[in-house]
Ligand binder design. Structure first.
Ligand code: NAP
Length: 278
């Protein structure tokens, strides 16, 4: 199959490596000539260009740019495509993207591979990034079944775990397990700077070990990605943030009023049910 990838970074590059391994012909488009050269050198693509027209003969196109340029980029490509060309994106928020693109592209399906890294760019693209991780498609009532089938086959080739749901369900679910954790983890790091004694803050920085490394990881990631998640999934994120604030208030109250058994009961519930998510 001739596959187009627009946006050659971590996700686009990793898709290119896996699809080439499966024998597909991969055409990449990126904004900077340097990124195109690196993609060729790293074996991510068979052909690379800064011209969006390069993907117009592809059977399937993956849009892998940052969220804020995704719709604009797609709308620039769509008029040159054949009617049967399947277009999908990998953005981490779905409702706004699907609503903007579906009316212009009959074979558009939103998608989101649930795999990533703290770093970005073509140099951190990785073979097998998606294997054993969820990959969700968000078709709607008007999505052609043939397009879903074709993408499902490609997702199977990535050895990812295939799911489907509506764009709205996707956004609510990822708010809980991806977008809220970024905000919570960032607020943890930010809270430490409320320490007024510089000596204590310095000591805390020296004593921080595996626990802080785990809990601060997603909050200390690429700022632009966190901001775009919040911007493009603000409704669902706000819903989860308000719920989180209620839980935090309950913890404060339990500590203030020394309700240790009640606090322990919540922590027991968390210990029992954490595996439900992992
Ligand atoms: P990334 O590593 O920064 O890659 C994005 C690439 O898009 C950049 O390398 C950039 O290449 C290119 N680009 C930027 N503007 C462009 C434009 N106007 N036209 C063409 N190419 C353009 O980011 P990423 O982590 O792969 O994320 C890409 C998408 O995947 C985002 O929509 C994000 O929501 C989604 N996603 C990310 C993760 C994650 O954990 N990182 C996980 C799942 C989904 P140049 O060097 O050419 O500018």
């Amino acid at each position: 199959m001739r596959i187009g990838i627009v946006g050659l970074g971590l996700i686009g590059g990793s898709l290119g490596l896996d699809f080439r391994d499966q024998g597909h012909f991969v055409v990449g488009v990126s904004r900077q000539p340097h990124t195109c050269d690196r993609s060729l050198a790293l074996g991510v693509v068979d052909e690379a260009s800064v011209d969006l027209k390069a993907v117009q003969d592809c059977e399937v196109i993956f849009l892998c740019t940052p969220l804020n340029v995704l719709v604009k980029t797609a709308l620039a490509i769509v008029p040159d495509l054949k009617e049967e060309t399947i277009v999908t994106d990998v953005g981490s928020a779905k409702t706004t993207i699907v609503e903007a693109l579906e009316p212009h592209c009959p074979n558009f399906i939103g998608g989101h591979p649930m795999a990533g890294k703290a770093e970005r760019g073509i140099d951190v693209a990785q073979r097998g990034l998606f294997a054993n991780n969820p990959y969700v498609l968000t078709p709607t009532a008007t999505t052609p079944p043939k397009a879903i089938e074709t993408l499902r086959h490609l997702i199977d080739q990535l050895q990812a775990r295939y799911y489907t749901c509506s764009p709205e369900q996707h956004d609510r679910a990822v708010a809980w397990i991806s977008h809220l954790p970024v905000m919570v983890s960032a607020s943890l790091i930010e809270s430490c700077f409320q320490e007024t004694d510089p000596a204590v803050l310095h000591l805390a920085q020296n004593l921080a070990s595996s626990g802080f490394r785990d809990t601060s990881r997603v909050g200390g990631g690429v700022p632009e990605l966190g901001r775009l998640m919040a911007e493009y999934n603000s409704t669902a994120l706000l819903y989860s943030l308000y719920a989180y604030r209620q839980v935090l208030d309950r913890f404060i109250q339990q500590v203030e009023t020394q309700q240790w058994p009640a606090l322990e009961a919540v922590l027991e519930h968390c210990e029992t049910h954490r595996p439900d998510f992992l």
